[in-house]
Design a protein around this ligand. Structure first.
Ligand SMILES: C[S@@+](CC[C@H](N)C(=O)[O-])C[C@H]1O[C@@H](n2cnc3c(N)ncnc32)[C@H](O)[C@@H]1O
Length: 320
């Protein structure tokens, strides 16, 4: 059933920037029932009650809502009591002091991903404990090009909090992929991915879930590849930002292409922050004998995720 606050709900649950939310769907003055419905769709949503979004986001959302209602005499108690709702725990999986909270990505009726993520962009020595725009863009691309993943065994490099692998295996999406192996060089990321996998596949047999393992790109040759299915598709999102890691990443790709030969394809999504950095990696790809084909980006209106599209994301297919 669709409700008048569906867009706000989708945006609230994944912590979309408050100032860019679909506030135009809130028609003023907002009567008592509508206030109740709006709160029930957002702060009071059962997913948020069980796995709350970060406190600072909740407060910013309610502040904006109260600002909208500033000329109304009656403000529903539910709006105030939302401030007393459940709070995400501060305990990191690794026992450090980083703060974690949840995000819920609603994809279509009956299909959503809940991720526990760090509330900081950089925590525990990695940038991978939260989900980046490039992963959402690549997720959109895969959902629009389902044939690229059907029947394929997929390995993700630098998988961070695990969004893409969880997306690929979500039963409600029926993408019919083969085995999915999520890897990251950071131990806290691997722990978080495993936690997020358990959260999203409560009733799925273990062999049908994605797996998460630690893999540092410069240790690719010592990884136990023989315990995993032969890789058909490699993917990586937002891993091209630090040129000191380019040799290690290319070394890992060289190793995997040598094992698999021309049957292997890589899909790489990169947020365009620094054109020179991306250009440098593209040049190195060419020098290492790779052929790069740009992929069409998914437009804002066709996006399955709430993406604010302020940062351009480049998706390329790499073959040898
Ligand atoms: C910006 S995050 C992107 C995370 C995720 N792909 C996303 O887009 O949300 C970059 C990720 O690459 C991982 N990474 C960076 N250098 C690495 C290396 N040498 N070996 C393995 N993983 C690495 C980091 O730990 C981090 O999880």
């Amino acid at each position: 059933m669709s409700g008048k606050y569906d867009k706000l709900q989708q945006q609230f649950l994944c912590c979309y920037p408050v100032n860019k939310m679909a506030w135009s769907s809130v028609k003023l003055p907002l009567n008592w029932e509508d206030q109740q419905e709006l709160i029930a769709a957002t702060c009071g949503h059962p997913m948020n009650r069980r796995y709350p979004v970060r406190r600072s986001y909740l407060e910013a959302f309610l502040k904006q809502l109260m600002h909208l209602l500033r000329d109304q005499e009656d403000v529903h108690d539910d709006i105030y009591s939302s401030l007393c709702g459940p709070v995400a725990d501060n305990k990191a999986s690794t026992g450090s002091t980083s703060t974690y909270a949840y995000k819920h990505y609603l994809l279509k009726p009956g299909a959503h991903i809940t991720l526990r993520e760090s509330t900081s962009f950089v925590a525990e020595g990695t940038t991978g404990l939260c989900t980046w725009e490039a992963a959402l863009a690549l997720g959109d691309y895969l959902l629009q090009h389902r044939d690229l993943v059907r029947g394929k065994n997929i390995v993700e490099l630098g998988a961070g909090a695990g969004l893409l692998g969880i997306l690929l295996k979500l039963p409600a999406l029926q993408l019919q992929v083969g085995q999915v192996l999520l890897t990251d060089g950071s131990e806290p990321c691997v722990q978080l991915m495993r936690e997020n996998i358990s959260l999203n596949f409560p009733d799925t047999p273990k062999e049908q879930m994605p797996k998460a393992e630690q893999l540092n790109w410069d240790a690719v040759s010592t990884f136990p590849w023989e315990s995993h299915a032969e890789t058909d598709l490699l993917m990586a999102a937002d891993v091209i930002y630090d040129d000191s890691q380019f040799d290690a990443l290319l070394g890992a790709m060289d190793y995997l292409y040598a094992r698999r030969g021309s049957g292997l394809e890589t899909l790489l999504a990169s947020t365009v922050r620094n054109v020179d950095t991306l250009h440098k990696f593209m040049t190195q790809l060419g020098d290492n004998g790779y052929k790069v084909t740009p992929c069409a980006n998914v437009s804002a209106c066709a996006s399955h995720f709430c993406r604010d599209h302020t940062a351009a994301v480049q998706i390329i297919s790499i073959r040898r």
